[in-house]
Design a protein around this ligand. Sequence first.
Ligand code: GSH
Length: 218
Amino acid sequence: MILYGSSLSPFVRKVLAFAAEKGVALDLQRTGDTPGQPSDAFLEASPLRKMPALREGDFTLPDSSAIVQYLEALQPEPNLIPMEAKARGRVIWFEEFADTVLSACGGKMFYNRIVRPRFLGQPADEHVAGVAEREELPPLLDYLESVVPDAGGFLVEDRITLADIAICSGFPNFAHMGCERDLARHGRLFAYVDAILARPSFAPWIERENAYLARAAA
Ligand SMILES: N[C@@H](CCC(=O)N[C@@H](CS)C(=O)NCC(=O)O)C(=O)O
């Protein structure tokens, strides 16, 4: 199965980690050879031109949430989207929180601090990124601090689920930007996140990203 995109996208990272936890092999491919010029194969799979998109032979599927649901149905074990009603509802809530508010806030920071200067040759817009970091992000982290377990624990059903994968998928980008961590305010959250990101489903991708960003900065 081909997954189009870059693991620097939290949505792509979510699918890569989800597939790795399931033991499903994905072939990660770029959306095109030239930045800003998506390939026909990618466009066929992603009508909204967003990453990730999946291809399995003639079958194509855009959107990280659609793709994880597809993978879960394709290979039900290990189960990552619980069957029990309340647990399932909570997992979808955490995925929604990550994909909407957390990602929108992180995206403003990442686009303006990393994508514009390093990949588009445009100046960083520190004003937009700074407002997101100082004003929008802390209350979101406050909420997460209030719900996460201690390091080594999980958000739902005391085992790894899509909830942990989705929530933690955005955090490597904060580290890529060198964001400071307020450990007095969000210490439990960062300890929880670091433990999830140390899993073999995430760690190799983050290592590759670090090497890639170091090269892009050189
Ligand atoms: N709902 C989509 C969102 C995907 C998304 O917004 N991807 C971003 C990268 S993080 C993208 O491809 N942006 C390119 C664009 O908007 O043109 C999903 O879950 O896959």
